[in-house]
Unconditional design. Structure first.
Length: 375
């Protein structure tokens, strides 16, 4: 295989839609591709050799990323970053900074514009949907369940003196009242706003448990494939809620595959330097744990992509459309992010989660060990 020369590398970089530029140790721009010229609104001849602070003010978060990359000599990615500049205006972007091999203090900066804006918008939509259904769940629990109890009790009294034909009607009333109560119970789960009880959770134990439950309950036509990174540390979360969330995702995948059979892949990996800064917030959340669930089903219809995590949106006939809204709420409460991509024969849900904070790891392990000894 013939290695790429410098000219070929430049041609490839110029073919990218994302702005890419290189800065040296003094934050002078030493290279830009054509998309970076458009983004920075200057030509290559003007940009190369100029100071980065001509385009991004000294307080811009991009300098923090550059500093971290030089210090750790590893790539750092941050989502939901707002870059403000008197020259180029304000942009909501994702920025990735990476060290240049054999070039001390040089960094490659990659900027993603439209794709990350959509990602943040989707995340906010998911969170707003969860909050809306939380309020609705509390209202339904109070306003619907009490009258239903009265209706069911009255039907049972009528049933005592009813003939066979009328008894069928009273039984129908009771059955329908029970069905509505079950639906309200599911919605009521969204109204629980108590803080999560968190501890160190082995994500592989959670996923293995989900696979066993799925195989015995609804996955008889599915081949499960597990691709785990055994070196991954523990996540900081609530085991039961994580089981519930991933079980919902796997159940949806199995139902999409149907009786024709197919595969579901459960995978974990580590995302080095991935952080999320949500709109309206100053704090950044490190989300290095990536869990993906893939299936070989027919895919999600395109017209549902924008609203898939909204309540009462479902791809299944007779579906209630609460499963993914619940998943979104659980992942949000963990400070994580859920995304998906879908095409025929490959639908992938990706969940990014935080790890146990370093300052809590020793305390949590001590507490867990003491609990094991007491048991």
């Amino acid at each position: 295989m013939t290695p790429l020369n410098h000219g070929s590398s430049t041609t490839i970089l110029n073919s990218l839609n994302d702005p890419v530029f290189v800065v040296d140790g003094g934050n002078n721009i030493s290279f830009v591709n054509q998309s970076a010229e458009q983004f920075l609104q200057s030509s290559q001849s003007v940009l190369v050799g100029s100071k980065l602070n001509l385009y991004f003010l000294d307080g811009s978060p991009i300098y923090q990323l550059l500093e971290q990359t030089r210090k750790e000599q590893s790539s750092v990615a941050e989502y939901g970053l707002r870059l403000d500049s008197p020259r180029i205006g304000s942009h909501l972007v994702a920025v990735t900074t990476s060290p240049v091999q054999d070039s001390a203090d040089h960094c490659v900066v990659t900027v993603q514009q439209q794709s990350i804006a959509r990602k943040i918008d989707h995340q906010l939509v998911h969170r707003n949907a969860a909050r809306s259904i939380t309020a609705m769940g509390a209202m339904l629990a109070h306003e619907v369940k009490n009258p239903l109890s009265g209706i069911r009790g009255a039907a049972q009294l009528l049933e005592l003196n009813a003939d066979d034909d009328d008894r069928q009607l009273t039984r129908l009333i009771c059955d329908e009242a029970d069905r509505i109560v079950k639906l309200v119970d599911r919605i009521e789960m969204f109204s629980d706003t108590r803080p999560l009880e968190r501890t160190a959770v082995n994500i592989h134990e959670v996923l293995s448990h989900v696979r066993l439950l799925s195989k015995s309950a609804f996955g008889e036509n599915v081949t499960f494939i597990e691709k785990y990174d055994p070196s991954l540390p523990e996540v900081y979360g609530n085991r039961d809620l994580l089981v519930q969330a991933f079980l919902n995702l796997v159940k949806n995948a199995a139902e999409a595959i149907g009786t024709q059979g197919g595969e579901i892949v459960l995978k974990t990996s580590y995302q080095q330097g991935v952080r999320m800064r949500l709109l309206g917030g100053k704090d950044r959340m490190d989300l290095p744990m990536l869990v993906t669930i893939e299936d070989t089903g027919p895919g999600i219809p395109e017209d549902l992509h924008e609203h898939l995590f909204d309540p009462f949106v479902s791809t299944k006939a007779g579906g209630k459309g609460l499963g993914l809204a619940l998943v979104s709420k659980v992942i949000e409460e963990h400070g994580g992010v859920i995304e998906f991509t879908s095409q025929p024969r490959l639908t992938r849900f990706s969940v990014s989660l935080p790890l146990v904070p370093k300052e809590l790891r020793a305390d949590l392990h001590t507490a867990n060990n003491n609990k094991s000894l007491d048991g």
